[in-house]
Design a protein around this ligand. Structure first.
Ligand code: GLN
Length: 189
């Protein structure tokens, strides 16, 4: 049984908690820096990255969490979580945790395509199709050489991994599919 933290400062953390518990693991809502101790992995949920970023700073979680990730703590960022992980953001905005060698464009699909769902096979993850829910989603516009690109939709990078760091533009926690949560649990040794 793994002990998985889910950052619970803002956003869609409850759905991740439910998925982790359904898979038979322990899930902990993370709201303060002390709770980062003795985690086997952590999920950064979707939500509003500007709000979560500010709360990360104010709660002093930011620096400690970035250090833990740099030291190998498995982490998975979904949507806003991906934005938090990025070393660089497209435009004038500064990054947050800055632990993954990616440049991310926020709200990359624009107002016209606010949210959409697509179902595709993600090679190397599973042979079955996986539903992908995009909500005001970001995507990766540049990835460093240490980054494995896991999937593109319409040519844009929407899932990637750099060793202990997983990032997805979409929200597996908002579907009834468990494949990505299982994949993340397997990233935890
Ligand atoms: N648009 C949000 C942001 O830029 C992310 C949306 C989401 O997490 N569903 O922070």
């Amino acid at each position: 049984m793994k002990r998985v933290g889910v950052l619970a400062l803002q956003g869609a953390f409850k759905e991740h908690i439910e998925k982790i518990i359904s898979l038979g693991h322990e899930a902990i809502e993370i709201r303060n820096v002390k709770q980062l101790d003795s985690l086997d992995g952590i999920i950064l949920p979707g939500g509003e990255s500007t709000a979560i970023g500010k709360l990360l700073k104010d709660s002093k979680i930011k620096e400690v969490l970035a250090n833990k990730i740099n030291n190998g703590l498995p982490v998975w960022g979904t949507c806003a979580g991906m934005i938090l992980l990025a070393k660089e953001l497209d435009g004038n905005e500064d990054g947050h945790l800055k632990v993954m060698d990616i440049k991310v464009r926020r709200n990359a699909y624009g107002a016209q395509l606010d949210s959409f769902v697509t179902t595709e096979v993600i090679e190397g993850i599973a042979d079955k199709e996986i539903p992908m829910v995009f909500i005001r989603a970001p995507y990766i516009v540049e990835a460093g050489e240490k980054v494995d690109i896991l999937h593109r939709v319409d040519g844009n990078i929407v899932a990637a991994r750099q060793k202990n760091i997983l990032a997805t533009s979409f929200h597996p926690e908002l579907t009834d599919n468990y494949i990505f949560h299982e994949y993340f649990i397997n990233m935890i040794k």
